[in-house]
Every structure is written in C-alpha cells, then in structure tokens.
Design a protein around this ligand. Sequence first.
Ligand code: FAD
Length: 293
Amino acid sequence: MYDIKALYEANSVNEAIELMQQHPDAKIIAGGSDVLIKLREGKLAGCELVSIFGIDALRGISMDEDGTLRILPLTSFSHITKDPLINEHIKVLGEAVDMVGGPQIRNIGTIGGNISNGVTSADSASTLHAWDAIVELTSAEGVRQLPIKEYYISAGKVALRPAELLTAILIKEESYAGYKGHYIKYAMRNAMDIATLGCSVNVKLSDDKKTILGARIAYGVAGPVPMRVPAAEEAVRGKPVCGETVDAFAGAAMQNINPRDSWRASRDFRLHLAHELAKRALTESIRLSGGEI
Ligand SMILES: Cc1cc2nc3c(=O)[nH]c(=O)nc-3n(C[C@H](O)[C@H](O)[C@H](O)COP(=O)(O)OP(=O)(O)OC[C@H]3O[C@@H](n4cnc5c(N)ncnc54)[C@H](O)[C@@H]3O)c2cc1C
C-alpha cells in the first residue's frame, strides 16, 4: 500500500497552483512513475500529493506561429515518439524517449516528470539540452522561461519555486532548423535499464555537405546533472566533414565532463564511453544530414 496523507486532483493550471499554495508541503504527481516508486520505498511516506495528470491543457505538442515547438509537460513518451511534428523536426527526441523503460512506462511516464526529477540519466534530458530547450514555469506570479541548463541546479534538484510548475518545453526554430541529431544510450541491457552514459549530438552541415556549420553535444551521467560540452562544439565549427574532425570533437568532449564511479560503472569506463559515443553520435548525425566520412 502507498502511505499517502492526501491526494488533491487539479483540473487546471490555476487550480494546481492554488492547491500547492494551500498545501505547501505537497508534491506534484504527473504520471507517478518516479513518485510512486519513492512512496513505495518509504522515501515520501505520509506525503500530500497534488495530481496534475487530469489537466488535459498540459498535454500535447504544437508549433507556435514563430516556428517554436511547444511540448507540453504531460505528454507521454509514446506520444512523443509518434508525434508528426517531432518526427519532422527533432526525430531524435522521439528516438531517445523510446529508450525509456518498457512500453508501460513509456505510456504513463511524462516528459515533464522526466526532467523535473532532476536526474542526470533521464533519457530526454541530454537531447533537450542538445537542442537548447527552454522550460516555461508558471506560478501565481506569472510565467517565466529558463534555458534547460539553468533548470538543473544539482543532482535531483531543479529550479522550481514553491507553488510553481513546469508548463511547457520550448525549442525555437533557430535551434532545430537544418539540424539532424542522434542519441546513444549505453546501458547494461537493452530494456528496462537506466543509462550508464547517454550522449546526444546534433549537427548542421553546409549546403554541399562538406563543412560543419554547427554541432552540439550533451551527455547524461557524465556529471551530477546533464551537461553540454561547449569545447567540443567549438572544436568543429567551420571544420571539414572528415574523420579528423570527428576525432577532434570526441577529444574535446572529454574536457568538461566529470563522471563518477558507481556500482553501475567506473569513472574510467564512463570516460571511455563518452569518447566513443561522441564519435559515433557525430558520425551518425553527419550521415543523417547527408554528409559522408
Ligand atoms: C520501471 C521503470 C523504468 C524506468 N526507466 C527509465 C529509463 O529508462 N529512462 C528514464 O529516463 N527514466 C526511466 N524511469 C523513470 C521515469 O519513468 C521517468 O522519469 C518519467 O518520465 C517520470 O515521469 P512521471 O510523469 O511518471 O513523473 P512523476 O513520478 O509524476 O514525477 C516525477 C517528478 O517530477 C515532478 N513533476 C512532474 N511533473 C511536473 C510538472 N509539470 N511540473 C513540476 N514538477 C513536475 C514531480 O513532483 C516529481 O518530483 C523509469 C521508471 C520506472 C518505474
């Protein structure tokens, strides 16, 4: 049984905010695939919950007039993988979230919950970092936006203020137009396992496919929070599409990362993975963009 003191169900964002103001110690629950596990483990014993799962206005994917992709936080992983806008513009996000857990988790788990738990291994997080995603947060004071990098404060902690919730994830047209990306999750087994290391890369090539105009890389589990590696991105900007450039990218990617030893893998093994996955993810992104190495 779950040790829950009270469950309050919100039907709108305003109602959720009011409930959180009335019950400041209550925890938001969306799909519950993290929260219910913690409850069962006793880590949240006796807690109050504000459920936002019934707020249909927070579910779905659309495009704003200026071309910004708007991913609402209650959108499930299975929805994202099948969504036409995602498949047309940032297919790699659909592929990344298709690696989460098993089918049941992908049906119930939400992208908002995946980034709001603050976990470095979250499969959507490195890809969202690599696309310069912006999070939209709503409270009684209004709506504010933060680059996703600033949403992550430390392991397990995100920049939510009291009675505030994540209401959208935005990816601007300038972030995705002309880019193709690839995500690699290295895990000890193919299904139902969290990433030992995750690496998401995207790239934009020149019209003749010979030059890298821009590349972005983000890792999960290479540090306490998901992280970009600007040194690698700089190392290949304006460089020819060739094996040496790919090697330079992977070499530079090692500069800022700081993985740790854990029961899942040693730091050294994660560093080895980080180098190899950077090479493979860039090579595949180049291939998807029409380039050849
Ligand atoms: C068997 C199993 C396998 C799993 N495998 C993977 C995996 O391979 N990869 C992976 O990345 N994850 C995995 N997970 C973790 C989990 O499924 C995901 O993190 C999921 O995305 C959480 O979403 P949820 O809606 O269920 O979140 P919930 O459990 O409802 O919430 C998670 C956290 O986010 C907060 N929250 C949720 N929505 C909002 C919002 N809109 N605004 C503010 N705060 C919010 C909650 O308060 C809570 O702290 C697995 C979980 C299980 C049980």
